[in-house]
Design a protein around this ligand. Structure first.
Ligand code: ASP
Length: 582
């Protein structure tokens, strides 16, 4: 037997027992002819005392047998700190090279080095806690959904292109030369087929693959809690998954979230927060001030369709240097504003702006009233196209919220965003795209617009689509689906997907819908992101055992990598790969 106890379980009540422990040497120090060893495993650290000089390297794997004794100098920082093991026999099970960084909560290793030796990084507490949390959440999800009668059903990975709008990863088929599978961007079509098949409550904790440029904190493969239900309306889906989130918050974090959860329609979210994933932990909402500021001879405002503002609490004391810095900040490409106008409601009652030339004190006070600004606030104004400017104000709002410390990761403000537009017009491509995906149903009351040929009508069509938003992050989203073949055909037509292309790509689902598809709907939650937010962290990487870096590489196993000529041949792939200079 390798061990009788773990390194995390022995307490003062165990004193006198003879035990055997096994684990890794966290630290070993010699003192007055004795050796003190901190022995670590997944469960904790226990101190071993050996009555002679012993040389053990860090991360050696050892096994020790001895008596549990009360410690003279106790360590209140660890649960086993009241006891130590007086070692009678010790056995080196395996040696270790000196690890390239310290296996401590705060490691001295840089990110790249730790990624290369991920298995060592995973020995560290913060990562262990992250993976434990991930397991706990998965377990709670399964418990909840199982109790609600959901079946966990796996769907294939080697499939045909799915419609989430990202680029597919493809896999060449050796048995079908010249043909390729696509890896699923989500199991969307399969879960809908399961509804046709009568499995009216489906879920899966499932890997999805999207070949996107890895913007901050995305992974090419990530995990979703994917769900679908039949014979449901939007209300049923929201109720079911509000329940799931409520039970996760309660059982994992002991946090009560509001019941019912707040809802906001997409248009309000855009108008007031400049985002379809508003962070509602703080106010500072956006106000339109176009009519207040136009017609005063200030050409910049007069020449645009929209002027909007936020009132930043307590920021009237910003110095010139700080407002200059903020102006530069909004001009960064990530925000993309042309400039920034400010109005300060000084503590002494005066009001001062960067556009005093054009506006009297009275004019500025009208703006302040429209923005609901108070003494001590600084109003920040941006202008331009409506949605674009609102989005910029939204980014600025979140930045200012962060600077003011209003974005505490341990405060949770979840809400549903509902009533999304069905379609999104792309100026660039001169065509509509599905805002969610092409299987999302238009609201029944908007069907007339949906069948209209006018762009304005189509733009007005709303979908029974919904997103679950937490602290400024979209954690999940879904919709009621189209279940009638003719509506689905119209959708493809609106999206400019020709009959042939639709048939080629989605013929299987269009056909299936002709065999009695029930009304259905569902959603998917980003599982990695849920874990990260529950853990109070911004990045999902720590919640994935073996993540990829920003270039989509696994630097530990060194993938992707070339395959040999034989494999290339078998796959009927030409062995000349176009190389692109970095
Ligand atoms: N398949 C969708 C997604 O991955 C979620 C859904 O509509 O259920 O975003």
């Amino acid at each position: 037997m390798y061990r009788t106890s773990t390194c995390g379980e022995l307490r003062i009540s165990d004193v006198g027992k003879t035990v055997t422990l096994a684990g890794w040497v966290q630290r070993s120090r010699k003192l007055g002819g004795m050796t003190f060893i901190d022995l670590r495993d997944r469960y904790g650290i226990t101190q071993l005392v050996v009555e002679n000089d012993l040389s053990l390297g860090r991360e050696f794997v050892i096994q020790a047998t001895g008596k549990v004794v009360e410690r003279e100098s106790k360590n209140p920082k660890i649960p086993t700190g009241d006891i130590e093991i007086k070692v009678e026999s010790i056995n080196i099970l395996n040696k270790s090279l000196t690890p390239p960084f310290t296996i401590e909560d705060q490691s001295d290793g840089g990110e790249d080095l730790r990624a290369k030796y991920r298995y060592l990084d995973l020995r560290r507490n913060p990562l262990k806690k992250a993976l434990e949390l991930r397991h706990r959440i998965a377990h709670e999800v399964r418990n909840y959904l199982d109790a609600q009668g959901f079946l966990e059903i796996e769907t294939p990975y080697l499939i045909k292109s799915t419609p989430e709008g990202a680029r597919d990863f493809v896999v060449p088929s050796r048995m079908n030369p010249g043909q390729f599978y696509a890896l699923p961007q989500s199991p969307q079509t399969f879960k809908q087929l399961l509804m046709v098949a009568g499995y009216d409550r489906y879920f899966q904790i499932v890997r999805c693959f999207r070949d996107e440029d890895l913007r901050a904190d995305r992974q090419p493969e990530f995990t979703q809690i994917d769900c679908e239900m039949s014979f449901v309306e939007q209300e049923d889906v929201l109720g079911m998954f509000e329940g799931m989130m409520r039970s996760l918050f309660k059982n994992v974090l002991d946090v009560d979230i509001p019941n019912p959860m707040p809802r906001m329609c997409w248009y309000d979210a855009m108008d007031k927060y400049g985002s379809d994933k508003p962070d509602v932990r703080f106010g500072m909402t956006i106000h339109e001030i176009t009519s207040e500021v136009q017609g005063h001879g200030f050409g910049v405002f007069d020449s645009v369709p929209y002027v909007g503002a936020i009132a930043v609490p307590g920021a009237a004391g910003y110095t010139r240097k700080q407002t200059d810095e903020l102006t530069e900040w909004v001009k960064r490409p990530q925000v993309g504003a042309k400039g920034l106008v400010y109005i300060k409601l000084n503590e002494d009652g005066t009001i001062k702006s960067s556009v005093d030339k054009f506006y009297s004190e009275d004019d500025l006070r009208k703006v302040a009233a429209a923005v609901e600004a108070k003494t001590g606030d600084m109003i920040l104004v941006l202008c331009g196209q409506k949605r674009k400017t609102q989005t910029q104000l939204g980014v600025l709002r979140v930045e200012m919220g962060g600077r003011l410390g209003l974005r505490d990761p341990h405060v949770f403000a979840p809400l549903w965003i509902v009533d999304f537009p069905l379609l999104e017009w792309s100026e660039e491509d001169g065509r509509f795209y599905a805002m969610h995906h092409p299987f999302t149903a238009p609201k029944p009351e908007h069907l007339d617009w949906f069948y209209s040929d006018k762009k304005e009508d189509l733009e007005r069509v709303c979908a029974n689509a919904y997103d679950f938003v937490l602290n400024g992050t979209e954690l999940g989203g879904g919709s009621i689906r189209i279940h009638q073949a003719d509506v689905q055909e119209r959708m493809f037509q609106v999206l400019g997907i020709g009959k042939e292309e639709a048939e080629y790509k989605f013929g299987f689902i269009i056909n299936a819908f002709k065999f009695g598809a029930p009304p259905h709907g569902g959603l998917a939650f980003g599982f990695d992101r849920t874990c990260a937010l529950f853990g109070g962290q911004e990045t999902i990487r720590d919640y994935i055992a073996f993540p990829k870096n920003n270039q989509g590489r696994d630097v530990m196993i060194d993938a992707p990598s070339k395959i040999d000529a034989v494999q290339m041949d078998e796959l009927c792939l030409a062995s000349t790969v176009k190389t692109i200079d970095p």
